[in-house]
Design a protein. Structure first.
Length: 220
């Protein structure tokens, strides 16, 4: 986006940079609309979330191109990405083949019957709230537990392509709660951190033995 020197990219990407930049800008516009709408509904200033996610400042925001191979044998019918919540603020997912599953509220991750397929809709994006929004709102907004599994039904016979926009706060943004500040939250210490420090802490937590993701969509 011109804010920092361009990192080395696969050679296939360079001929399509103008398209990728256009896509990024569209995603920024969409997340701005969503952030402002959420802020208004929570009684916050309209720029409460957007002011912490400036596209002109360094952040961990990224796009990912993902390919999942067709599940043609029984060995292929497995979870490709284990259950987790997203670190960032908002995630925009574009795909036309199923595979994304969300956990029913109040159910344990070990209950296979509690994982529900998310059906892609033509011309639509799947939107997910991330952990940063849960932190800023003291849990009033929740980041839902989800995982990537094999595609259901006849869809499993084709390769799945997904395009994901992962919005994150600017690195120096404060993780101080903006609302629900009196909530009894186990993550009150996170309020002292910048977004970058907070993301590093969460990443380090994931690699520790015995790590168990929290399902903030069902916790109080």
């Amino acid at each position: 986006m011109g804010t920092t020197p361009l990192q080395k990219l696969p050679s296939e990407v360079y001929p399509h940079l103008s398209l990728i930049i256009s896509y990024l800008r569209h995603c920024q516009d969409i997340t701005t609309i969503l952030n402002e709408a959420l802020a208004r509904q929570l009684g916050l200033p309209e720029n409460a979330f957007t002011s912490l996610q400036s596209p002109t400042k360094p952040s961990g925001t990224a796009i990912r191109f993902l390919r999942a191979f067709a599940g043609r044998s029984s060995e292929d019918l497995r979870t490709a990405l284990i259950h987790h919540t997203d670190f960032g603020t908002l995630t925009l997912l574009a795909n036309v083949v199923g595979g994304l599953q969300i956990l029913e509220p109040g159910k344990p991750v070990t209950d296979e019957s509690a994982w529900v397929w998310v059906r892609p809709q033509p011309g639509c994006l799947i939107v997910n709230i991330g952990d940063a929004m849960a932190q800023w709102t003291g849990g009033l907004l929740r980041s839902g537990m989800h995982r990537i599994s094999y595609a259901p039904g006849l869809q499993r016979s084709v390769d799945k392509y997904s395009l994901v926009y992962l919005a994150r706060a600017e690195r120096t943004a404060s993780m101080r709660r903006l609302i629900n500040i009196d909530a009894d939250d186990r993550k009150v210490e996170d309020e002292k951190l910048t977004a970058w420090e907070w993301e590093v802490n969460k990443t380090m937590g994931m690699v520790r033995a015995g790590y168990v993701p929290r399902n903030t969509a069902v916790e109080s």
